[in-house]
Design a protein around this ligand. Structure first.
Ligand SMILES: Nc1ncnc2c1ncn2[C@@H]1O[C@H](COP(=O)(O)OP(=O)(O)O)[C@@H](O)[C@H]1O
Ligand SMILES: [Mg+2]
Length: 235
């Protein structure tokens, strides 16, 4: 028994002949929070897409809660508790905030309306915007909606790709607080791609740094202060 909720083994991914990941290994325990770090273009988004089956990996395995999900379609992984918030705050722009949450609920396994209220309690700002079309929200509000949609599925693990990228500082703080609470109070496991070292230092239990298509460095939050980490992340 490893106790891991997510276990990634030897994951390889490519776009046509361009190989991006050469065998990534990582593990996130139930209730753990891991930051995936690395410079722009190293393959962090590719890794999350491969973990979710959005981009089928060319080799390797993804185990969730001890089960091999490598061959499953993305929606089946979501149903098993992998909540994904892709980079760039994806929402349905023509639908209102309420409708965005409703369609996600209808696609969820549990279909319990209470999940919408729970997600809105995490981002109270959204309750005043329920009738607004998502396309008319600010980038930060859209990111909150994208996370809220993932929460409506009642995930066991939240997988977030740079949730604070390009977002106004006031909402960055709200998103950080929300992630921290979900993790520390509700025990939600989190896999977070994050470029800001300071934010990673505050949130992470563990981290991996990707370079050259592999995990070059891993450790606990305290190790993020090492000089080598700064070198691997320096632009
Ligand atoms: N759809 C795609 N088609 C071809 N190449 C891609 C595609 N998406 C990303 N890449 C390339 O794969 C590499 C990794 O990209 P990405 O995973 O987005 O990196 P990161 O998220 O770490 O910034 C980059 O060289 C990027 O140009
Ligand atoms: Mg990316």
């Amino acid at each position: 028994m490893s106790g891991s909720l997510l276990e990634v083994r030897g994951l390889e991914a490519a776009y046509g002949r361009a190989r991006v990941l050469f065998g990534v290994d990582l593990e996130v325990g139930a209730g753990g929070l891991m930051c995936v770090m690395g410079r722009n273009g190293v393959g962090k988004t590719t890794l999350l897409n491969a973990v979710m089956g959005v981009l089928p990996p060319t080799a390797g395995t993804v185990l969730f809660d001890g089960e091999d999900v490598t061959g499953l379609p993305t929606h089946e992984r979501v149903r098993r508790g992998m909540g994904y918030v892709p980079q760039g705050h994806e929402t349905f722009p023509q639908l209102t905030v309420a409708e965005n949450l409703q369609v996600t609920l209808e696609a969820s396994r549990h279909r319990d309306r209470g999940a919408i209220d729970e997600a809105l309690a995490v981002f109270p700002r959204l309750t005043e915007l329920l009738n607004r079309r998502a396309g008319f929200l600010s980038g930060g509000q859209q990111q909150q909606l994208a996370i809220a949609r993932a929460l409506v599925t009642r995930p066991r693990m939240l997988i977030l790709d740079e949730p604070t990228e390009g977002i106004q500082p006031s909402i960055v703080a709200e998103i950080e607080t929300a992630i921290e609470r979900l993790h520390r109070e509700d025990g939600l496991a989190v896999l977070l791609v994050e470029q800001y070292l300071e934010l990673a230092l505050r949130l992470a239990d563990t981290f991996v740094i990707i370079e050259g298509g592999l995990v070059r460095r891993s450790g606990t939050a305290a190790d993020l202060r090492d000089a080598e980490v700064k070198r691997l992340l320096a632009v």
